[in-house]
Design a protein around this ligand. Structure first.
Ligand code: ADP
Ligand code: MG
Length: 614
């Protein structure tokens, strides 16, 4: 049986334009100040159009192009004037009445009833109508550039009704006059208007004066070619954008038009080892007009610590955020920015190693954060992910492993605190062992990430366990005929007897160095576990963590030998206990783990020991 033919009915969806203003107000309320951006953009466009007609010789006059904004606080009127292309009566009817209203209809259809918050308007041809967010009456006085045109005056109170008549106007161009509403008294303020102009229009490439002072003197240098700019230009621009910041470390000038149109300058600020990615440091522009500093969807999170401007003319910036997230262009843009940042770092690492290393201390947390949170960036960053070595140079993981594979294959020793771990560092250096510094906030996470990326490679802090390389394995211990014990066994017994602290294990090793008497160690795994649990447990002061710990006594040290001799003569002697306790306290102290409450006893004991010097 043939299908019944579907019945098609055609018609117009009717949207009541009377409803437009409440909708505009509702959707845009949080960003009311954008009306000024829209009107100044229109003024700029009008001038740009006339400039274009000059090029094609359709317009042969000469004008000193400018946009003028005037506020009359008494009359509560704000006037935005340009000396651009102007409009004839027909054009006003066409562009203002028809186009704008059809744009408004489209907007209404799209969003009425929806629950998503639209951030901004614009492409709907609604820009002009945003004036009604702050004005209950808007007038246009305009004179077209066309010869023998008559000036036109249009006015509307924001309904579908409007009035249009001929009028007098001396100069070609357009004045938009807003009669501010009672609830828009905040815009009846010189300060407010100037700040709003600065916020949105600082880089519009036509001079804008407000009450006779120019508001846009800084050039949008990101649109210039990088070769035409000097370092000082970039620094001046940075100062303009972020007047209270220190000088940036370096910057990246993005300037591409294929496969997407994208320009901007991103500065690496001095991070001072901490960063807050919720801060808004990147300003987003669309053709030099400020749009937002809310770029979360446009750039990867880890890049939000950078400061600067991004200009993306092709992105539909004016629609809602959820729409942005699904836009393939937006994702492409994010990838491009990220790649440019990686490229710049790669280039700097290659061409100016000294500068790169100099800045590395500042930027490494950022690069590591990026590498952890974004696999693509990790791949791009692999070559310039460097680590400061105890050998006083910077190394990559690969180079470190290669250099040390004879001594300790697939094991990377690291230091997280140069002062607390200084005695271990000494030992390491003496033994010709190499460790790398991993001391930024993000490193404990980063270590895990690296272990995941380098199968079989293990990171070990230099104070965790005693490296087999530090123990003198060649030394054979003689068993004492009288006691039937080795020296180490005797020392261990003495320490165990005299140090009975909860969670403490005593271990005796013959270290290659004679200087160090004892040190505290915590196994790498144990320490990581404890660090993790400390992160989730509040009020843990770190001391708790140390309950399980090991004192390694160096049987090779002079003090250990002295203790052994003394204990053999007088096992219960006061001196023996005192020395054991002191070695333990010193080991704790050098790791920054000696509690303050123990300090008086420590000092008292130290004084006693000093008194024993002959
Ligand atoms: P859009 O700028 O997205 O086209 P608008 O609502 O802002 O939408 O403006 C509608 C149209 O009105 C513009 O495209 C332009 O043709 C005309 N127009 C607005 N302001 C001016 C102006 N100052 N001078 C000349 N034409 C203007
Ligand atoms: Mg517009």
């Amino acid at each position: 049986m043939p299908k019944a033919k579907a019945k098609i009915e055609k018609g117009n969806i009717s949207v009541h334009t009377e409803n437009i203003l409440p909708i505009i107000k509702k959707w845009l309320y949080s960003d009311r100040d954008i009306f000024l951006r829209e009107l100044v953009s229109n003024a700029h466009d009008a001038i740009a159009k006339l400039q274009h007609l000059t090029l094609t010789r359709e317009f042969e006059g000469e004008r000193d192009y400018k946009i003028t904004v005037k506020l009359d606080t008494e009359k509560k009127t704000l006037t935005i004037s340009d000396n651009g292309i102007g409009m004839t009566a027909d054009e006003v009817k066409k562009y203002i009445n028809q186009v704008a209203f059809s744009g408004a209809e489209e907007f209404a259809k799209k969003y009425e009833g929806g629950d998503q918050k639209s951030q901004l308007i614009g492409h709907f041809g609604l820009g002009f109508y945003s004036a009604f967010m702050v004005a209950d009456k808007v007038e246009i006085v305009t004179l077209s550039y066309k010869e023998s045109s008559e000036a036109v005056k249009w006015s509307s109170t924001g309904t579908t009704e409007f009035e249009i008549s001929t009028t007098e106007k001396a100069e070609g161009g357009t004045d938009i006059i807003l009669h501010l509403t009672e609830d828009s008294s905040d815009f009846n303020s010189e300060y407010q208007i100037r700040e709003t102009l600065k916020k949105y229009c600082s880089f519009i490439p036509v001079p804008i004066t407000f009450n006779d002072a120019q508001v846009n003197e800084q050039k949008p240098i990101w649109v210039s070619s990088p070769t035409s700019l000097k370092d000082q230009d970039y620094l001046d621009f940075y100062k303009y954008l972020f007047p209270f910041s220190d000088e940036p470390l370096f910057w990246i000038h993005i300037n591409i038009d294929f496969p997407i149109n994208l320009s901007g300058i991103l500065y690496f600020p001095k991070l001072k080892h901490q960063f807050d990615s919720s801060q808004k440091h990147i300003k987003l522009y669309c053709n030099k007009v400020y749009v937002s500093d809310n770029c979360q969807d446009l750039i990867p999170e880890f890049l939000t610590v950078l400061q600067g401007v991004i200009d993306a003319p092709d992105i539909p910036l004016n629609v809602s955020r959820s729409f942005l997230q699904n836009d393939p262009n937006v994702r492409k843009l994010a990838e491009h920015i990220q790649k440019k940042v990686a490229d710049k770092l790669k280039e700097l690492h290659k061409k100016d190693r000294a500068k790169f290393e100099q800045n590395w201390e500042e930027i490494n947390p950022f690069v590591k954060f990026g590498a952890i949170s974004n696999d693509k960036f990790y791949e791009q960053a692999k070559d310039f992910l460097i680590f400061k070595s105890t050998e006083d140079y910077y190394t990559t993981i690969e180079d470190y492993l290669e250099r040390n594979k004879e001594k300790h294959e697939k094991k990377i020793f690291y230091i997280s605190d140069e002062i607390a771990q200084s005695s271990y560092l000494e030992l390491f250096k003496k033994e010709g062992l190499e460790a790398i510094f991993l001391n930024s906030v993000i490193d404990s996470h980063f270590i895990q990430h690296l272990e995941m990326k380098h199968a079989g490679v293990q990171f070990q802090r230099i104070d965790s366990d005693v490296s087999e390389h530090l123990v003198d394995k060649d030394k054979t211990e003689i068993v004492d005929a009288k006691t039937n014990k080795t020296a180490s066994q005797t020392i261990e017994e003495v320490f165990k007897k005299n140090l009975t602290l909860e969670g403490l294990t005593v271990k005796v090793e013959s270290l290659k160095s004679e200087e160090l008497a004892g040190m505290i160690v915590l196994s790498e795994q144990m320490r990581r576990l404890k660090e993790m649990s400390a992160m989730y447990q509040q009020g843990n002061n770190g001391m708790d963590l140390m309950k399980e710990h090991t004192l390694v006594v160096n049987a090779n040290s002079k003090v250990a030998k002295l203790i052994k001799t003394k204990a053999e003569i007088l096992p219960e002697g006061e001196d023996v206990k005192m020395l054991c306790e002191h070695i333990y306290d010193l080991a704790m102290l050098s790791q920054g783990l000696l509690e303050n409450t123990k300090m008086p006893i420590f000092v008292e004991r130290s004084t006693k020991i000093l008194g024993m010097v002959k």
